[in-house]
Design a protein. Structure first.
Length: 396
């Protein structure tokens, strides 16, 4: 059961040799090849929840470690920052802190200053300016040692085609460049891999860090890879995705029309569960009900195992898988309104899905609708909710 923990971080699966490569070239393969050619390029990976984006990021890091003169740093943003409070400079500061930890002691004064600056920017600091230095007003009545900040912003007349980096972002970028240049003798190229930003629901905050942080990190001479929200593929979000040099869509594995995909998912489960506990017939049903979503594959197998265990049976049967799938599907159906049900029924019966609203996109993001990109894009409802939708359709 420990090997069927869908909530476990993918790094644990890789460490325990549970990773199974997808058939053909993977996102990680494309990522590494392009970073070999352009080490300071920017990359965006998107895909549905549980589709394996983090795994591809980690495998990309592993492959990059074999490339001469390239060092890849994996940063799970959610482990170090509250994503609900994401704003520009967060990724920049995380990159600076990470590079600062890469230096062997002793370091130069410039490196010490850059590291200290990133620590200050990360955790906050107080800086005071003497009001008398401004020279445009009387000092306060209280003690002369009291100081306070008086920023003055002068806006230019011309507006550049691309917004300029904010002054504070530029200052951080310069210090990041100091750290990168300090590493250059031992590590020629550094690539920073940012995970977890696909969980953001507010595209505005993501757009801000792309506009400021990603540009600043690139300007400092670093490569950058970001796992971002699936919504960047649609509507206004597309302009955000276009700011990256490369875009990758990690879709679900097609278990209905791709035999290799079905075999791939079967190998993943066999790495984790022996045949005497999960017979081939039950394993096949788990693969079918997963819809090709890696996280759901593991979760359904675990739930089926729990069904068997609570029934006092020492091996998983098809009935246990179907019970687990029914419970899983009902949880996916929770909170859906009549409009969403109508859309799902159309996808189920006609395989037709056109994203015309935020609600439609939300069905993709929450994997009630699954997209497969083998050649021509194909859409299907999640297999665990298909029987429930059929029951609703036959109700008088």
């Amino acid at each position: 059961m420990a090997r069927l923990n869908a909530a476990a971080h993918p790094r644990e699966a890789i460490k325990e040799n549970l990773y199974v490569p997808r058939p053909g070239a993977t996102v990680a393969d494309f990522l590494v090849r392009r970073l070999e050619l352009e080490p300071s390029s920017s990359h965006l990976i998107v895909g549905g929840v549980g589709s394996g984006k983090t795994t591809q990021l980690l495998m990309g890091q592993k492959q990059l470690q074999t490339v001469p003169d390239v060092h890849a740093c994996f940063i799970d943003v959610s482990e170090r920052h509250d994503l609900a409070k994401l704003r520009s400079s967060v990724l920049l500061v995380l990159a600076g802190l990470t590079l600062g930890e890469m230096f062997p002691e002793p370091v130069s004064q410039a490196i010490k200053l850059a590291r200290e600056n990133f620590r200050k920017w990360a955790h906050g600091y107080v800086e005071w300016f003497d009001v008398r230095d401004a020279g445009d007003e009387e000092p306060p009545d209280h003690d002369d040692d009291d100081r306070f900040m008086r920023p003055v912003h002068v806006q230019g007349v011309l507006v550049p085609p691309e917004p300029a980096l904010r002054a504070d972002i530029q200052a951080k970028a310069r210090q990041l460049a100091v750290l990168r240049e300090g590493l250059e003798k031992s590590i020629k190229h550094v690539v920073v891999l940012f995970d977890s930003l696909d969980r953001l629901t507010d595209l505005k905050s993501f757009a801000e860090v792309v506009d400021q942080d990603i540009r600043a990190i690139k300007s400092a001479g670093l490569g950058v890879v970001v796992v971002g929200p699936l919504r960047t593929l649609f509507g206004p979000g597309r302009t955000i995705a276009d700011r990256f040099d490369y875009l990758y869509h990690q879709s679900s594995v097609d278990v209905e029309q791709d035999t290799a995909g079905e075999e791939f998912l079967g190998r993943i489960l066999r790495k984790r569960v022996e045949a005497d506990l999960l017979p081939d017939e039950a394993l096949h049903r788990v693969v079918q009900f997963s819809g090709g979503v890696l996280r759901d594959l593991i979760s359904l197998a675990r739930s089926a195992g729990e069904e068997a265990y609570t029934a006092g049976i020492d091996r998983v049967g098809v009935t246990h898988v179907e019970s687990a799938a029914d419970a899983f599907g009902r949880s996916l159906m929770l909170g859906l309104g009549p409009d969403e049900i109508t859309v799902l029924q159309r996808v189920r019966t006609q395989r037709s899905f056109v994203q015309t609203s935020d609600k439609d996109i939300a069905l993709l993001v929450t994997r009630r609708v699954l997209e497969y990109t083998n050649g021509i894009p194909r859409y299907a409802v999640h297999p665990t909710i298909a029987p429930l939708l059929e029951q609703l359709a036959t109700k008088p």
